[in-house]
Design a protein around this ligand. Structure first.
Ligand code: BGC
Length: 727
């Protein structure tokens, strides 16, 4: 089927009808239905009281919920609010909705809990997703998701606009760090785990939320690298690379989906019925409801220019399959949609379909039974155990990229200089979606958390640590002072990278890290003292000119609130690093070749996907395949012995890559098809067992459907290779 707009041919998959929902739907007026499809932002019904609290405006709230029948509200009103403030906000809203409206339908409140409940003051804030996937540990993603759901719901919020399942395949893109990396298999594995842990078996439980996978579909590879600009993705590529993570989320039973703000192949996805209906509902079997992204229905008129008016934009989007509009600043969507239905331009059947999905999720969340925050839930919020888990998780993400002559781990009795612009800020460790959208209000970060500098001071004693502040990212950084201080130190820890950003404000024109930072490191290295580079950044900024000048390089990513402590523990050897890159780290700005490249493409990155060092060494032997020849549909067993051949205990991500030797659509030279993480003591050997299924051998054929072709395949695990034939 061609990937063209407005050509729905598959019947939309309808969820089994629920008698409670059907009865309620039967009682609703058109206005009440359209109100359920309307989502406004908290700012419309509140004002800020102070940095940590909003004050609801009773009259405006009544106007929204009672007059316009609004069914959903989102966002934080500018910055994170206290737990108590959230409970108060949700209680007041649900009071109004369930006591003072005709049908007593509760509000579904939605929030971006992207790396923990980041809009609730003091929540547990994990590494961002591109770091989580570097852990190579699905159990850690589950653990972080469980805690995120628990802390979000504890405050009374039942709906999380996460996980982000776009693919980090354009390193310029400012939302690179919100995803699980460049590989579809890795992302799909993480997606499934995250969604299952958010929702559990019963979303009505007091510690679960409805997840929202986003931004469906094809958001992440704008041709220009700039956020919310056009992407061109042929259908084969769309299905091969961009659909699998969403398919995994759908398989996990995700309750809601948010739509790509931008366009693919000239078609804004908010108008793309084939993607929203035929693929998502028809093929992936998604049964929940679809919410627009921020103002994006209106953007069909104001930005994308496919609608001649706001009213036409509403019509196009609703007919394409959008069930709820994140309007979010006014009631224009409501007014236009009521009018469109009254004039027969949007059928009531489409409205019923949308509202049915929304009510069903509200019911699954248990909101009709009890819409209120649990007054005793504070005990589940930001617990000491959650903080401990967060540290463990951050320690498994951090990735050692270079360690010449065993510079690391550092001895704790050395005199250390810590410097660079990311050395003493908490904001840079967390990135966007932290306390504020941009994550840049350093003054609002919890003082008890440690920056890299503070964590190093705590670990080895302040007396051994000198510090020269990195005063800027892109102009003089205090380089002269840092160089002077380096002369007095045994070793230099240079922390460089990026300021915090989120979405469009994070657009850049040059992937190379700013000259000022490269120059700082070059001059520090010129002192002859060993330099350990710590990278704190949301995308792989080019650092080629300094890579050979430094002794060691540690990729910290955006490691979250325990990130400073995690990095220090690895620098000084209390923890052995075990992360491996979930994306390609490019060497040149003109070379964005990724790891799953074709035979004709040369792969010459700074560091490849799947790369990461340890303080110990691992040996691989005895790669065994269960058969030399298999039939279609067989499952092939793969086993390999992994030994810790060094002197330090360590964790290792075992990765299985597959190469289809010859096929009718040019094959990638390798693709990840299995991974697991193991923990080995020195000298210990473990036999790791993985499997390859028919799905793993399949690809999107010339007719754009998924197929399996007979032929020879190569299996690669570390330096070992095996082969088999599919009959
Ligand atoms: C982002 C979404 C987010 C929404 C609500 C948009 O700008 O693209 O990821 O969920 O805002 O905050």
């Amino acid at each position: 089927m061609a990937l063209t707009a407005g050509c729905s041919q598959t019947a939309r998959k309808q969820a089994a009808s629920d008698p409670f929902v059907e009865e309620l739907l039967g009682k609703m007026t058109l206005e009440e239905k359209v109100g359920q499809m309307t989502q406004i932002t908290l700012e419309v019904v509140s004002k800020r009281k102070d940095d940590r609290n909003v004050q609801l405006d009773a009259a405006k709230l009544r106007e929204a919920i009672v007059k316009y029948h609004v069914g959903s509200i989102l966002n934080c009103g500018g910055s994170a609010n206290t737990f108590e403030n959230w409970q108060e906000i949700l209680t007041t809203m649900q009071d109004l909705a369930t006591k003072e409206t005709r049908l007593k339908i509760p509000i579904i409140y939605g929030i971006d809990s992207i790396h923990g409940a980041n809009y609730i003051t003091g929540a547990t804030l994990f590494p961002q997703s591109f770091a989580m996937s570097a852990s190579g540990n699905v159990d850690l993603v589950t653990e972080a998701s469980v805690i995120t759901a628990r802390e979000t719901r504890a405050a009374g919020i039942p709906w999380n606009f996460n996980p982000v399942l776009d693919m980090s395949r354009n390193p310029l893109w400012s939302r690179f760090w919100e995803n699980y990396g460049e590989d579809p298999y890795l992302s799909a594995s993480m997606a499934y785990a995250y969604v299952r842990a958010q929702q559990g078996d019963n979303m009505a439980a007091g510690d679960k939320v409805a997840a929202c996978m986003k931004h469906y579909l094809g958001y992440s590879v704008p041709l220009t690298g700039k956020d919310r600009t056009p992407a061109w993705i042929p259908e084969r590529m769309l299905r091969e690379l961009f659909l699998p993570s969403f398919a995994a989320g759908a398989k996990a039973g995700v309750a809601t989906v948010m739509v790509n703000s931008s366009e693919i192949n000239g078609i804004p996805v908010h108008s793309y019925r084939y993607a929203l209906d035929d693929i998502l509902r028809g093929e992936l079997g998604f049964e929940g409801f679809i919410v627009s992204d921020w103002e994006d229905i209106n953007n069909l008129f104001t930005r994308e220019k496919i609608a001649a008016s706001q009213r036409e934009a509403v019509k196009i989007a609703v007919l394409a399959g959008i069930d709820m509009s994140m309007v979010p600043n006014d009631y224009s969507f409501y007014t236009h949609l009521v009018d469109l239905v009254q004039k027969g331009e949007v059928p009531m059947a489409r409205i019923n379909e949308a509202v049915r999905g929304i009510l069903k999720v509200k019911k699954q969340l248990g909101l009709f039974a009890n819409a209120y925050p649990d007054k005793n839930a504070k005990k589940n919020f930001a617990t000491a155990e959650a903080t401990k888990a967060n540290l463990r998780i951050a320690q498994e993400c951090v990735t050692l990229l270079k360690n010449a002559n065993g510079v690391l781990p550092l001895a704790k009795d050395k005199k250390v200089l810590v410097t660079g612009p990311t050395a003493n800020l908490l904001s840079v460790l967390n990135g966007g979606w932290t306390i504020t959208w941009q994550g840049d209000r350093e003054d609002l970060y919890p003082a008890e958390k440690d920056t890299v500098l503070e964590a190093v001071q705590k670990l080895i004693g302040k007396d051994k640590v000198s510090y020269v502040e990195g005063t800027a990212f892109d102009k003089d950084i205090n380089t002269a002072a840092a160089v002077e201080a380096a002369k007095q130190a045994d070793v230099v820890i240079a922390c460089i990278g990026e300021k915090t950003y989120c979405e469009t404000p994070g657009n850049i024109n040059d992937l190379t890290l700013e000259d000022a930072q490269l120059n700082l490191v070059a001059q520090l290295a010129a002192t002859g003292k060993p330099v350990v580079l710590v990278l704190i950044e949301g995308r792989p900024r080019i650092i080629r000119p300094i890579v050979d000048k430094v002794g060691a390089i540690l990729m910290g990513y955006l490691p979250g609130q325990e990130g400073g402590t995690a990095i220090a523990s690895i620098l000084f050897g209390d923890v052995n690093p075990s992360g491996k890159l979930s994306f390609t780290y490019p060497k040149y700005t003109g070379d964005f070749t990724l790891y799953d490249h074709k035979n004709s493409e040369k792969y010459d990155p700074q560091w490849s996907f799947g790369q990461g060092l340890s303080y110990t060494t691992f040996g691989y032997a005895n790669l065994k395949l269960g058969a030399k020849t298999i039939a279609k549909g067989d499952v092939l067993a793969v086993s390999v012995d992994v030994t810790n051949t060094g002197k330090t205990a360590g964790k290792e991500i075992v990765q299985l890559y597959l190469r289809d030797m010859v096929r009718s659509v040019t094959p990638p030279t390798r693709q990840l098809k299995g991974f697991t993480k193991i923990d080995l003591k020195p000298g210990e050997t473990r036999t790791v067992k993985l499997t390859l299924t028919a799905e793993d051998l399949s690809f999107i054929g010339r007719d754009n459907t998924r197929i399996v072709e007979p032929g020879d395949f190569e299996v690669m695990v570390a330096n070992l290779k095996g082969s088999f034939t599919l009959k």
